[in-house]
Design a protein around this ligand. Structure first.
Ligand SMILES: [Zn+2]
Length: 166
């Protein structure tokens, strides 16, 4: 695995351990050249998934993008990383086991909302408010993409009560 810091190909695994649900192996790696440390994840991929956006455009499903969207919604929330990992794994598993090779971007959004609702009320409201806005005004593809940006793309509309669903 190439070192993300210096590009060396000679990195070493220092530690491997499975996630709680044993669907992921997490490896801590170290680069002997620059001393950089990083983590990689190994997981099963059951099938290649294609996301169909509202515009009709197709793009390969990207688990990392999904994870980043979830992480943005959960920013600064007291939720264990293992629980987040499990939730995302659950979503991916549902998508992969649906029997379809194509999935609507909106279906992914719904699964994320569902998952966040059981994980953290505030994150759920954050995500849901953005999601609804996009539904009304913009293409949903922007949600998966732009939520991942570093800038705070998620308006914290705390005014809305988590209990009141559309
Ligand atoms: Zn390095």
């Amino acid at each position: 695995m190439r070192c993300p810091y210096c590009g060396s190909l000679d990195t070493q695994v220092k530690d491997s351990r499975p996630s709680d649900d044993h669907s992921t192996i997490r490896r801590r790696r170290i680069c002997p050249d620059c001393g950089g440390r990083f983590t990689t994840f190994e997981r099963v991929q059951l099938r290649e998934l294609t996301v169909v956006k509202r515009s009709g455009r197709r793009t390969p499903f990207d688990r990392d993008k999904l994870m980043r969207s979830v992480e943005v919604a959960l920013r600064k929330r007291p939720v264990e990383p293992d629980r987040i990992e499990r939730m995302v794994n659950g979503i991916v598993r549902q998508l992969e086991s649906s029997g379809e090779s194509e999935v609507a971007s909106e279906a992914i959004g719904e699964l994320i909302m569902e998952g966040l609702r059981s994980l953290d009320g505030v994150a759920y409201v954050r995500f849901a408010s953005v999601y609804r806005n996009f539904r009304e005004t913009k293409d949903f593809e922007a949600l998966i993409g732009e939520l991942a940006a570093d800038e705070p793309a998620v308006p914290v509309t705390a005014a809305r009560d988590p209990g009141t669903k559309g």
